[in-house]
Design a protein around this ligand. Structure first.
Ligand code: DGJ
Length: 388
């Protein structure tokens, strides 16, 4: 009898030791970050550099989901061969790979065939339908950036798989709310890049008129959901000359037909939107392909404007202002449970080896009610507490 008890105790001790060893191994095997290091290699919980470029964050309860372009190595990585990846995190530093949320298709009859271009995916949740809806910039295989489409996919679960619906030009047959069609009646179309009146014609809406029937171009894009559930699609259109902001339908699966032009001829790309204390803020880039350029910012009382330019939000050295810390905006998101705490997400592209693109995440600060961004080689979320 006594012998049995001591054997059981021994077994229990061995078991406890095994649990302890397993716990310690698990802790050490998982690289635990406790800060952001903008521009550095950022490994997921499997030790692999996060592959979610041109990304966006979707918040569900106490969890962040990071969606982005899954790139492959080399210049080939500028086309999409795998799809849209998704990661999740509870603390924003440590991300677990949840796989491919929207896979590219092998089927050559699908517009989403591998080798087409899928960029800047963003996912929002529709409370009425209970579905997650993904929108992205989509270019057709072998056509460069000429198609200028936006794509939509839908899923019952945040991590997917997302079912691809379609890709299309936006708002066909509909004039923007803030453009008077009559004023364009007599306008001679733009004859080409060298048209001496190109600038004025662009501003007046020549490309809107040109594309009215087939639908407006849509390249760099983002989504924004307002407090009342109204969602907006914000995109670089009109040959990247003008931003268009369009209201989504109630189910978020299409556009409602209500839209406005913002900064006609302003050549803004990479729009990112956030709302703070009732005001809407936008950070964009200029238009220089993969190369970085000075960011811009703007404010409005309504998503449909008028938007007022606030200039370059970057504070720092001339080089930092000129290159936005060698990066380009992609998204801005609020920190769960914090007030007035927003993170600016940007990409440091590497078009020669696309998979090695880096992420530049920095806190948004406010200076005279203007959002500003400063470089910090290493920071953590306690930054927001010190600002209160
Ligand atoms: C800049 C855009 O912001 C990127 O998403 C990508 O479309 C590149 N241009 C392509 O040159």
């Amino acid at each position: 009898m006594n012998f049995d008890i001591s054997l059981n105790r021994e077994k229990k001790n061995i078991l406890q030791l095994m649990v302890l060893l397993f716990g310690v191994t698990f802790l050490f095997a998982q690289k635990q970050y406790a800060s952001f290091k903008p521009g550095a290699i950022w490994e997921d919980t499997d030790g692999i550099h996060i592959n979610a470029h041109g990304g966006g964050i979707t918040i569900v309860g106490d969890t962040y989901y990071w969606f982005g372009e899954h790139k492959v190595a080399g210049g080939r990585g500028n086309q999409s061969w795998v799809g849209v990846g998704v990661y999740f995190s509870k603390d924003l530093y440590n991300w677990k790979n949840e796989g491919i949320a929207l896979p590219m298709k092998k089927d050559s009859t699908s517009m989403l065939i591998e080798g087409s271009v899928v960029e800047r995916p963003k996912v929002i949740f529709n409370k009425k339908t209970g579905k997650y809806v993904m929108w992205f910039h989509h270019e057709l295989k072998g056509q460069g950036y000429d198609a200028a489409l936006t794509g939509v996919a839908v899923s019952n679960d945040v991590t997917g798989p997302y079912e691809y619906i379609s890709s299309f030009r936006i708002n066909p047959g509909v004039w923007p709310q803030n453009l008077d069609a009559e004023s364009l009646k007599e306008m001679v179309p733009i004859t080409g890049r060298e048209d001496p009146n190109r600038k004025e014609k662009v501003k007046a809406g020549a490309f809107i008129k040109r594309d009215l029937e087939i639908g407006q171009m849509s390249r760099d894009m983002t989504l924004f959901v307002d407090d009342d559930g109204t969602a907006y699609h914000i995109t670089a259109s009109e040959e990247n000359e003008t931003l268009l902001i369009s209201k989504l339908s109630d189910d978020y699966l299409s556009l409602s037909g209500d839209y406005v032009r913002v900064f006609p001829g302003g050549r803004n790309e990479a729009p990112a939107i956030f709302k703070n204390d009732g005001k809407y803020y936008m950070i964009t880039s200029g238009l220089t392909g993969w190369a970085p350029n000075p960011a811009r910012s703007a404010v409005a009382d309504n998503m449909f404007g008028p938007w007022k330019s606030l200039g370059n939000p970057v504070r720092g050295t001339e080089e930092e202002k000129k290159t936005t810390f060698k990066s380009q905006s992609t998204f801005i998101f609020p920190v769960i449970g914090e007030k007035n705490a927003f993170v600016f997400m940007a990409d440091r592209w590497n078009p020669q080896n696309a998979i090695d693109g880096r992420y530049v995440w920095l806190p948004i600060e406010f200076e005279d009610d203007k959002p500003i961004i400063k470089w910090d080689p290493e920071w953590d979320l306690s930054f927001f507490n010190t600002k209160k």
